[in-house]
Design a protein around this ligand. Structure first.
Ligand code: ADP
Ligand code: MG
Ligand code: MG
Length: 907
């Protein structure tokens, strides 16, 4: 029978830090800290496997668990020198959740378990601190009734009518009557009365007495934690994060230590480095005379940990560094030890009981994109981690976040911030104000961009937080669970903006003397914690020095080249600035779309609607200059980096005008009647143009089209070379399926090359000749194709379309059903189908390289910017991927990660 319970404490632990799957993140962290002889209250972890058992057996705990828990509890009692349920000197414990992957605030924890009519008097006598004992007891009632008696029991109260909120109201009532500002102002008498009121309320709301038996409380707590794995919040969070339902949570039962024993006691949360910026400074928050819940639940805005990281909104709240300097120094030593040991930023929970420091949690801290990149770079510099590890520390999504826009600093300067809060998640965001998580989801579904404004940060809002473009709260600290979660998602987030007043019922908030209604626009600067009325403009965010250094680390590791898809000199310049090593796809037809396209488009139309080769040649001759200048500008922008230029690809019919005035103009230019034009256009009509007369097929029926393009390319290159510049064109033939097509066009390319070289008095204009592989037959016949082609570029959009027989434009109609039914794991147009389409790609590369070992191979579909697909391209030995300019950094990172993953696999 597998071991179900693992003990820790007293400088020893049965479990290890590597047993995350079994013990959960919290349990393995506690075991590891205990093993390192850090001050950890003794306790034990019930494994995640028991949770699975519990769920599988109709929510029943295995019978044998009772004995295991009793044994482990006896050991805790021995280490702590107190007994659970002992009327004279009772041991109190907490029941804490903790899954494999951290899910901050998504599951439940109950503190102060073991306080009953029998034990209260004993604890008061022992501690001589009645106020503390009563405060702990009222907290126990609050948490236990909420977590065990309501949530775990499946009671679903109406919005705002949960037992916890109702008890909270009782507390507020007393505070209001007595004119207290803080919970710590409550006297012993106040608490005694409050407890009576609490118990009555619990009975009234839930119809049950609060249990007065330590053992019943313990088992109620354990079950409730297991149960919380299937709580609403936890399920939502798992869906968003893709965490499997089968994992389950562990339960950590741990001796209580108390931060609420008076002014020499405190509780706090700290990060070994700033999780919002990555700066290497010990960062955190704490509250004197409080329990852990107060900080992480986000209901109070806490004090700063030290002076170096004090923010302006902390006002003159004392730092721990000043208030309890000896304990702070001890905590700094723990920080240094843990960061060295884990070699990563840690998120710590601690409690100070009467001047003594206790550690309650360590885990790899959640961070946003900018912080992840900075920490990876810094830690390499500090020799804490190797470069290989550094590239694995940043996810492609985090890197993407770094490139996201920020509020235009000029607009910010011109505007007036309404108020300031804590910069919990950086970047910029603008959106319309909503006041509930439900609205945030609903409005976003309607295509709106929203800012979720709340009184406090609260993990219950998880889905609304996910949907919102940004989050703004009046209360709560940087280390609250909700802030943690927002940061993990790279959300722009401001918390603890004390200057705002939220009125959820009126759906307004006021700040800086201004009242903002639901639906009005606001703009957040999450890096500074400032926010503004109205929709401020946003600008790009590319010149981050850590970004540049991080990309250098990636480039040093990766083997795969990264190019960009660009269709004009402007995009080409952008691609280069993002580090593209060339252009993998230059679609010449893009000169016929959008700004400045009127003239070339008109000439193209003339060519299309010509009826004789002669007419066509004339139109092409006019078009020639446009193609040449387009190609030349792009070759020049790439300054000698290779540019793969695709010959005309789309079916001609796409370009025939529909508008009456345009048709008239065209008919006139061709000297034909409107009827004749209509006839000519009709003959171009195809019933399935995607598989019709397009790509290389046009070049075969109308060689003069290919000739014009090829001549334009060679002349552009020759002119640049003559001017002492560099140019490497790669001529790419689209939509091929047979070597003979390639031979046909190759002859034509050779002929034009000769003519242009002669015209410019040059021996040779360097170029490559190759093809797209986007038809399954081309992949199968790749061996022959490679006899003529010097390079392949896999056009995985069309290849996916034709391999599956799914039309890319129509897949939206059924893909969601396919994904839901588990038939497809994902949309194959977004992430490459590695087993099917991938097999054709692999086969194509093998067969091609067998004939031509130096065959250059790349990919130019949408997939070139998808991290998983990029890794696949690395594994099958491509030379490069090509993607849109903005995805280039992501592809560079994915390519580096592919190398590191490959090494790990070999080991
Ligand atoms: P979460 O995973 O939601 O943070 P935790 O189990 O970490 O839940 O507990 C919530 C808060 O209670 C934390 O601040 C934690 O430090 C505190 N806490 C948990 N167990 C104890 C304990 N045995 N003694 C003192 N504080 C505790
Ligand atoms: Mg915690
Ligand atoms: Mg194509």
């Amino acid at each position: 029978m597998p071991k179900r319970v693992y003990s820790f404490g007293g400088g020893k632990a049965e479990g290890k830090g590597t047993q995350r799957n079994l013990l959960g993140g919290k349990g393995s962290g506690l075991a590891e800290m205990a093993g390192l002889s850090l001050p950890v209250p003794a306790g034990f972890t019930i494994t995640t496997e028991v949770c699975t058992e519990y769920n599988a057996h109709g929510k029943k705990l295995p019978a044998a668990l009772t004995k295991d828990v009793e044994k482990a509890m006896a050991q805790v009692e021995k280490i702590m020198g107190r007994k659970f349920g002992d009327p004279n000197d009772p041991l109190l414990i907490s029941c804490r959740s903790g899954a494999r992957k951290s899910m901050p605030g998504m599951m439940e924890t109950v503190l102060n378990i073991g306080l009953t009519g029998k034990t209260i008097a004993g604890l008061i006598a022992k501690t001589k601190n009645e106020r503390f004992v009563l405060d702990s007891y009222r907290r126990l009632i609050q948490m236990y009734s909420d977590v065990v008696m309501e949530k775990a029991a499946g009671v679903e109260p109406a919005e705002g009518r949960g037992v916890r909120q109702q008890l909270e109201k009782e507390l507020e009532k007393v505070k209001h009557e007595k004119g207290y500002k803080s919970d710590t102002d409550l006297t012993g008498d106040d608490l005694r009365n409050l407890i009576v009121a609490y118990k009555a309320k619990v009975k009234e709301v839930l119809g049950k007495e609060f249990p007065d038996d330590a053992g019943e409380q313990l088992w109620g707590g354990i079950k409730a934690v297991f149960q919380s794995w299937n709580g609403k919040r936890a399920i939502s969070y798992r869906r968003i994060e893709g965490i499997p339902d089968e994992w389950g949570t562990a339960v950590n039962v741990q001796a209580m230590v108390f931060g609420n024993m008076g002014d020499t006691s405190a509780t706090g949360v700290a990060f070994t480095r700033n999780p919002a910026t990555g700066e290497n400074l010990f960062y955190g928050e704490w509250l004197p005379n409080a329990q852990g819940e107060d900080v992480v639940a986000g209901i109070r805005t806490p004090n700063p940990l030290n002076e170096a990281t004090r923010s302006s909104s902390a006002g003159d709240l004392p730092s721990l560094e000043k208030a309890m300097s000896a304990t702070y120094t001890e905590l700094v030593a723990v920080r240094n030890k843990l960061e060295k040991y884990y070699r990563d930023m840690q998120d710590l929970e601690f409690t100070i009981q009467d001047g003594k420091l206790w550690m309650l949690q360590t885990r790899s801290g959640k961070r946003n994109g900018p912080a992840a990149v900075r920490m990876a770079v810094d830690m390499v510099g500090e020799r804490l981690i190797k470069k290989d590890e550094a590239v694995m520390r940043v996810t492609p999504a985090q890197l993407d976040e770094l490139l996201h826009p920020i509020l235009d600093p000029k607009a910010e300067q011109a505007g007036q911030a309404l108020a300031k809060g804590l910069p919990a998640g950086p970047g910029g965001a603008t959106g319309q104000v909503v006041f509930t998580a439900v609205d945030a989801v609903a409005w976003t579904q309607q295509g709106k961009k929203v800012i979720l404004v709340r009184e406090e940060t609260n993990p219950e809002d998880v889905e609304g937080m996910r949907a919102a473009a940004g989050i703004l709260t009046a209360r709560g600290g940087m280390t609250s669970h909700a802030a943690l979660v927002a940061r993990g998602w790279g959300k722009c987030c401001i918390v603890g903006a004390g200057g705002i007043k939220v009125d959820v019922h009126a759906r307004t908030f006021t700040a800086g003397g201004v009242t903002i209604k639901e639906g009005e626009w606001v703009s957040l600067n999450g890096t500074k914690g400032a926010f503004y009325q109205g929709q401020l403009p946003m600008v790009g965010n590319e010149d981050n020095p850590y970004f540049t250094q991080f990309m250098k680390i990636c480039d040093g590791i990766r083997a795969l080249g990264v190019r960009a898809n660009a269709d004009n000199p402007h995009d080409a310049a952008k691609a280069r600035s993002f580090g593209a090593a060339g252009i993998g796809l230059f679609r010449t037809e893009h000169m016929f779309y959008g700004k400045g396209s009127e003239q070339p488009l008109f000439l193209l139309r003339k060519m299309i609607c010509s009826s004789t080769a002669d007419e066509r040649r004339k139109a092409l001759a006019e078009l020639f200059a446009f193609i040449k200048s387009d190609v030349k500008g792009t070759l020049e922008a790439m300054a000698g980096l290779p540019v793969t230029i695709r010959l005309l690809d789309p079916p001609l019919h796409e370009f025939v005008p529909n508008r009456e005035d345009e048709r008239q103009k065209l008919a006139q230019a061709l000297g034909i009647s409107m009827e004749d034009l209509a006839k000519r256009a009709d003959t171009l009509h195809e019933s399935n143009p995607m598989m019709g007369h397009r790509g290389v097929r046009l070049g075969i029926t109308y060689p003069e089209i290919s000739e014009t393009w090829v001549r334009a390319i060679f002349e552009a290159a020759a002119e640049l070379l003559k001017a002492g510049k560099k140019a490497i064109p790669e001529i790419m033939i689209p939509v091929t399926c047979d070597k003979k097509e390639l031979d046909h066009q190759a002859a034509l390319v050779k002929k034009i090359h000769g003519e242009v070289a002669a015209k410019f008095g040059m021996k040779r204009i360097p170029y490559l000749y190759g093809t797209m592989i986007e038809i399954p037959r081309a992949a199968l016949r790749a061996g022959e194709m490679a006899e003529t082609a010097e390079f392949f570029s896999f056009g995985t959009n069309d290849l996916t379309q034709m391999t599956f027989g799914f039309s890319r434009d129509d897949i939206g109609g059924f893909a969601p059903d396919y994904i839901k039914a588990g038939i497809l794991p994902a949309d194959p147009f977004q992430t490459l189908d590695q087993s099917g389409v991938g097999e054709l790609v692999e086969l194509g590369i093998q067969r091609g390289r067998k004939r031509r070992p130096k065959l250059k191979v790349g990919i130019c579909g949408e997939h070139g910017g998808d991290p998983e697909s990029v890794k696949f391209c690395h594994r099958v030995g491509m030379n490069y991927v090509s993607c849109s300019p903005y995805r280039v950094p992501i592809a560079r990172l994915a390519a580096a990660q592919a190398v590191v993953e490959g090494k790990a696999k070999k080991k």
